[in-house]
Design a protein around this ligand. Structure first.
Ligand code: NAD
Ligand code: DAU
Length: 364
């Protein structure tokens, strides 16, 4: 039985992780620590809050005293560290929060974990750090995918802050013997993803009849993985991963952005032609008037320092831990679209005035 502290559990991947874990390991206890930034949503966890083995704590990973007291009070033996500023465009407009949360915040957690788990009363423990493939930089069209030994070459302030946090986690293992693991995952998609990220932004904009902003030529490539296949990888690492090791997680699923946008347009067009209720609910969607949403595609100014291609080689986690994604892209994207269609209250609340102001200023 484990007692987990899940940081950032009210965000996209953290929320999915909490439900994944409570469902698979009902005997475990979970405490979520989340600062509820613009990306955090306590209501995501309303079902989890009915479970007596779950607790939500509104607080910041930068608060060392709070983290120490949670580790002691809840007898935490496992930290799964998701909390971060996660959006590349925001890091370009304002990097400071990325340095604070992603670097200083991770270091605060490491210090607290070392004090409670190693210095005060040594005990078996695990610190799992959630990281990203963006730390490896950008690939050329024919380069082999990133492996765990690809040199770090982060290009955005977000990627640089995640790279720094990975190095700190590794250093706490090498220097102090903290029992750490790290995972570097490719682009996730699925339920609860904040609609500033490509896939939920495109789906919700199609439904609202708004332009679909494609940065530059749209030929940049990302390697997409359904969120619970990321959580499956983290699960295997927590259960069977080797202390001090890094594991890449990915789905061998490279797509250009423009093809993703066109796929979302096709899926929605086909769904609306078969379901008249959708026409009533989303009257601003072009498909409600029988039109194909591709007319909404708008090429906008490119992202500064935009990485051209990411691709993950997941051979290590596959061969060492038996990892294999469960969801195909076809099934995962349909599940995601259905979730967005069924949860319009969730995203309409988020796409408020301040969010839309931010999105619009991103294209200036
Ligand atoms: P998200 O932005 O949706 O959620 C981040 C969560 O962290 C939010 O709930 C937010 O309130 C919380 N948070 C932020 N600052 C905090 C602080 N100082 N103290 C406590 N909580 C704080 O992010 P996500 O997409 O779910 O990403 C989660 C993790 O996975 C991040 O570490 C990210 O780098 C990594 N990752 C994301 C992807 C992806 O495609 N989304 C892929 C690979 C890795
Ligand atoms: O690779 C893993 C990373 O994936 C995570 O570490 C990050 O937290 C996560 O945000 C994501 O980063 P990306 O920058 O790849 O994701 P995003 O959804 O912002 O953009 C995906 C691609 O789509 C990217 O090439 C930029 C492009 N894009 C994005 C938006 C929001 C557009 O063309 N138009 C848009 O409006």
């Amino acid at each position: 039985m484990k007692n987990l502290l899940v940081t950032g559990g009210a965000g996209f991947i953290g929320t999915n992780f909490v439900y994944y874990w409570l469902n698979k390991y009902p005997e475990d206890h979970i405490v979520v620590l989340d600062a509820l930034t613009y990306a955090g949503n306590k209501a995501n966890l309303s079902e989890a809050q009915k479970n007596p083995k779950f607790e939500f704590v509104h607080g910041n990973i930068l608060d060392e005293t709070l983290v120490e007291s949670l580790l002691i009070h809840h007898k935490i033996d496992t930290i799964v560290h998701f909390a971060a500023e996660s959006h590349v465009d925001r890091s370009i407009h304002g990097p400071d929060e990325f340095i604070n949360t992603n670097i200083v915040g991770t270091h605060t957690l490491l210090k607290a974990a070392k004090k409670i788990w190693l210095d005060d009363k040594p005990q078996n423990h695990r610190f799992h750090h959630i990281s990203t493939d963006e730390v490896y930089g950008s690939l050329k069209p024919n380069d082999p995918p990133f492996t765990e030994t690809t040199p770090y070459a982060p290009n955005s302030p977000y990627a640089a802050s995640k790279a720094a946090s990975d190095h700190l986690v590794r250093a706490y293992h090498k220097t102090y013997g903290l029992q750490v693991t790290i995972s570097n995952c490719s682009n996730n998609y699925g339920p609860y993803q904040f609609p500033e990220k490509l896939i939920p932004l495109i789906i919700t904009n199609i439904l609202n009849g708004k332009p679909l902003p494609v940065y530059g030529d749209g030929k940049q490539i990302r390697d997409w993985l359904y969120v619970d296949d990321h959580n499956l990888g983290v699960d295997l690492i927590l259960e069977k991963g080797k202390i001090g090791e890094t594991y890449n997680i990915g789905g061998n699923n490279e797509w250009t952005n423009i093809d993703i946008v066109k796929l979302a347009c096709d899926l929605i067009y086909n769904k609306f032609s078969k379901n008249k209720d959708l026409v009533k609910t989303f009257s601003n969607c072009p498909s409600s008037q029988g039109k194909h949403p591709e007319t909404l595609i708008t090429h906008v100014k490119d992202r500064l320092g935009h990485d051209r291609r990411y691709a993950i080689n997941a051979e290590k986690i596959t061969s060492d831990l038996g990892y294999s994604p469960r969801e195909s892209f076809e099934t995962g994207i349909k599940k995601t679209l259905d979730w967005v269609l069924e949860n319009k209250k969730w995203w309409r609340k988020i796409m408020d005035k301040s969010f839309m102001e931010w999105v619009n200023c991103n294209y200036d």
